[in-house]
Design a protein around this ligand. Structure first.
Ligand code: FDA
Length: 395
């Protein structure tokens, strides 16, 4: 069977759509296939419906990967400024919310419409709503069964994402396919995900709905953002960030009062010796949280009658409160999947498999996982751009 296309891209999400449009506009005959009934579904629900499409502070250090340097090449050749220029070309209004995070003023639908228009301009053959039944590779051609048809091309791009949110059609498809082509897969795990608490820590679940700005840390990684107590444990941006670095069995630490310098409790003792600890905490933290922390610290006496050592210990606990999560809310609630197709078998310039000419992998399917805040979409755009550029040169 002769080639029907120059490139077949599996997965019409952020990375697949962007790669298809670019390769199509560079003269490639592109087929873009997705088993979902419509393209770009995760984009539509992202950023609370406004799509946090990039982050101004993008850099390889804001990504997790077994190879910390892998993302550098693609990220430096397609930057947030490049994507902003595209967004502006389409007249999509945007704003910076916080911490370099850029959102649409209007709706994530505008980003999907833009990507679809880019595909249209590239003459992309987009097909949705049927299963990819088989993928074969022989005589320099990849043959892909899609519904009742078979398509063939000398290049194949895996852009089917990670395992997060199976309800939306996510699957381990990319990993199975990659393994069949001899690529290694770094054990996928939920990331940017709420953590669950049991045992002693479960007392904090009673604070469901309470949030506070904290510094949360897992190992050396520290994030200053809001933490939220939930009926299952901990969530909020600070917790989602550390969840990507947390491993089962480990603890995380929370600094509930990151703005206070050491010795602040001793100073409070001198200024207000008659006051009790929960009262002091109540002026600094949400009431219910202050009460719970006060109970746990169990300093019953007035500050004036409490030894300085006990106050220093209380301060130290408040600055690094240990929680040992018993798990996370899993792929059902994880914003992304960490791990994935190992970068060891991929070129960082082309996203191509070094051992299988014509095969590429991009986006979340690859073992490159960004922080919360637009970094994952920037990786989708940058890795897609790297692959499309290489495909345009591939004859
Ligand atoms: P993506 O998941 O977008 O696309 C994969 C495509 O492959 C899907 O269309 C799927 O249907 C298809 N597919 C899967 N299996 C297949 C199969 N077997 N056959 C055919 N097709 C198949 N990131 C960010 O930077 N800013 C943000 O605001 C958010 N917000 C956000 C909110 C929520 C609720 C979630 C779950 C995630 C985010 N993210 C995010 C993360 C971001 O959505 C994610 O990293 C990118 O969509 C990844 O793009 P990909 O194209 O790699 O995968």
């Amino acid at each position: 069977m002769p080639a029907t296309h120059d490139v077949i891209i599996l997965g019409a999400g952020a990375a697949g759509l962007f790669c298809a449009g670019l390769a199509g506009q560079r003269g490639k005959r592109v087929a873009l296939l997705d088993h979902a009934d419509a393209p770009g579904k995760k984009i539509l629900i992202s950023g609370g419906g406004r799509c946090n499409f990039t982050n101004l502070h993008t850099g390889p250090e804001r990504y997790l990967s077994e190879n910390q340097h892998f993302a550098r090449s693609a990220l430096s050749r397609y930057t947030p400024a490049d994507f902003i220029a595209l967004v502006e070309r389409y007249g999509i209004a945007w704003h910076e919310k916080t911490l370099g995070q850029l959102f649409c003023d209007g709706s994530a639908k505008q980003i999907v419409a833009m990507l679809l228009e880019e595909c249209r301009a590239g003459g992309v053959d987009l097909r949705c709503g049927l299963p990819v039944s088989a993928v074969e590779h022989a005589d320099g051609l990849f043959r892909v069964g899609f519904g009742a048809e078979t398509l063939a091309a000398p290049a194949l791009v895996i852009a089917t994402g990670g395992s997060s949110i199976p309800k939306m059609g996510a699957s381990g498809f990319a990993y199975d396919l990659a393994r069949r082509f001899g690529l290694k897969v770094v054990q996928p795990r939920p990331a940017l995900v709420p953590l669950t608490l049991t045992g002693e820590d479960a007392l904090f679940r009673e604070l469901s709905g309470v949030s506070a700005e904290v510094v949360a840390s897992a190992g050396k990684q520290r994030f200053r953002e809001a933490a939220l107590f939930t009926h299952r444990g901990l969530s909020g941006p600070a917790i989602l960030q550390v969840s990507s670095y947390w491993r089962p069995g480990e603890s995380i630490a929370i600094d509930f009062l990151p703005d206070l310098a050491p010795g602040w409790l001793a100073a409070a003792k001198r200024e207000r010796p008659r006051v009790h600890l929960p009262r002091v905490l109540g002026a600094l933290l949400p009431e219910r949280l202050a009460v719970r922390l006060g109970e746990q610290l169990a300093i019953g006496a007035e500050l004036g009658n409490t030894a300085d050592r006990a106050l220093r210990e209380a301060e130290a606990r408040l600055a690094a409160w240990r929680f040992t999560p018993n798990g996370s809310e899993g792929f059902a609630k994880a914003e992304v999947t960490a791990g994935g197709i190992s970068t060891a078998g991929l070129s960082s310039r082309t996203m191509g498999a070094t051992a299988v000419p014509g095969l590429h992998a991009i986006g979340e399917a690859v073992d490159v996982t960004g922080w919360l805040g637009g970094y994952n979409f920037q990786w989708a755009w940058a890795s897609a751009h790297a692959a499309a550029t290489a495909l345009a040169d591939f004859s």
